[in-house]
Design a protein. Structure first.
Lengths: 158, 289
């Protein structure tokens, strides 16, 4: 069955790989690129644990094939921190307790990152709407929303 | 997921020829959100997947006051919701697109793919139908223009021939005094698919309804206009009582489906309530209970 050579930029690094057509983007990220921050959750497009950014837009990597990322810029949770310096969202999630078991966190971080790029000053309602595609089975939503709002303040220089 | 060959044609004619040659062994992929689930759950096991993502002529949104809006089949829900011309001239369509599924799926799923899948539990088809939209379908044999009503035949069934692709969606320029609303009902806030939807497009002067289009979706196999309710509203000054009576007609005239997400009776009740509130809010006569 068909194999495809894909070229993409992953967290600022150029990659070229050969993948079978049926390789899911989520599996490509975890099993081929060994970037295991991205989680497989429901694997049916519901939970959002596998969320990553393709060309800056948040997508569910269990609903995409690796070949879909050919020619694209892919950002995973590993791409958020700059060296030892955490992304403001990561700092806020830590400080506000935006995680309990942590399994959903990479997905929430990526969805939050895309949200703040579009809406730098979101209301609480806009944060909730922007995170509508992610589930936290520990149900710690209040702290997650608080984390995003705090990060927004920080990123706007307050 | 079974293995398959992934084909990436550059033109509609090339894709059409592949589909004609491969017959039932091939499936078309646009954004992939629906097809990938069907493949993963092994509901489908095609030998070939024909990706239309590289066909440039299926992209883009354009507006012309004479001919109206053209939406390429590959336009994603998020693109539609953010488009300035759509927000300006078709605010109901833009608002609908901003509510489909969830942010990730809106960035991946396409309007064309959504229509071709013909899943009843979704938003775009009913809203497009209320706007009087048409679809252009193309193949190596040429193009056909169909109304959305003609295109959507039944539960997961469209008028597409095996070698045809959905090329674009056309929405006519709104007439003066046009206003409307699209309302979706979810059983719980965490659901991503509507249980019922009502798209209402009117031409009105304040509370005087000149013309109304009411389309119910999600609770029926395919969205359809409710003509008896449209005729009831036409020419009337809308009051809370008129809104309630129109909503009764809507609920009585639909053929509600019954499944694990909601019984026929429940869906009919929700359609009545959503209809009454939509009409009431649009005409400014309150959304009483």
């Amino acid at each position: 069955m068909s194999k495809h050579t894909i070229e993409l930029v992953v967290n600022d690094r150029a990659e070229q790989r050969e993948v079978p057509a049926r390789r899911l983007l989520a599996d490509f990220i975890r099993d081929d690129l060994h970037l295991t921050g991205t989680k497989r959750g429901c694997e049916t497009g519901v939970c959002g644990a596998c969320s990553v950014l393709i060309d800056g837009e948040v997508v569910k990597s269990c609903l995409a094939l690796a070949v879909h990322a050919d020619g694209c810029t892919l950002t995973t949770v590993e791409g958020l921190a700059q060296g030892a310096e955490l992304h403001p969202l990561q700092e806020s999630f830590m400080r506000c307790g935006g995680l309990q078991c942590g399994y959903c966190t990479p997905g929430f971080l990526m969805a939050s990152c895309a949200l703040l790029a579009k809406i730098p000053h979101p209301t609480e309602h806009e944060v909730r709407a922007g995170l509508n595609g992610n589930l936290c089975r520990c149900t710690g939503y209040s702290q997650i929303v608080e984390s995003v709002l705090e990060a927004a303040e920080k990123m706007n220089g307050n | 997921m079974h293995d398959f060959d992934f084909l990436q044609p550059d033109t509609v004619a090339e894709a059409s020829q592949m589909l004609a040659d491969l017959g039932d062994e091939a499936r078309v992929m646009a954004g992939g959100t629906a097809l990938l689930l069907a493949l993963r759950q092994r509901m489908l096991a095609p030998s070939h997947v024909v990706s239309v993502a590289k066909i440039e002529s299926l992209r883009g949104i354009s507006f012309d006051p004479q001919s109206g809006l053209r939406i390429g089949a590959l336009v994603k829900h998020s693109e539609l919701s953010r488009s300035e011309v759509v927000q300006k001239h078709y605010p109901v369509l833009a608002a609908m697109a901003s509510q489909v599924a969830n942010p990730q799926v809106r960035n991946q799923g396409t309007l064309g793919g959504n229509l071709c899948y013909a899943d009843p539990a979704t938003d775009p088809p009913g809203c497009l139908l209320a706007h009087g939209a048409q679809v252009v379908v193309g193949s190596a044999r040429g193009e056909r223009v169909l109304s959305v009503e003609e295109f959507l035949i039944d539960y997961f069934t469209t008028a597409l021939e095996p070698d045809e692709l959905l090329v674009e969606i056309r929405v006519p320029t709104p007439l003066p005094e046009t206003s409307g609303c699209y309302t979706r009902f979810l059983r719980t806030a965490a659901e991503h698919r509507p249980l019922a939807s009502v798209a209402l497009m009117t031409r009105r002067d304040g509370r005087l309804c000149r013309e109304a289009r009411i389309v119910v979706g999600a609770s029926v196999t395919v969205p359809r206009r409710v003509e008896r309710a449209e005729q009831f509203l036409a020419g009337k000054t809308v009051t809370a009582q008129v809104a309630a009576e129109a909503a009764e007609i809507v609920a009585a005239d639909i053929e509600a489906i019954s499944d694990s997400r909601g019984s026929e009776e429940y869906r009919r009740d929700m359609v009545r309530i959503v209809s009454r509130r939509s009409i009431g809010e649009l005409f400014g006569v309150g959304a009483a209970a």
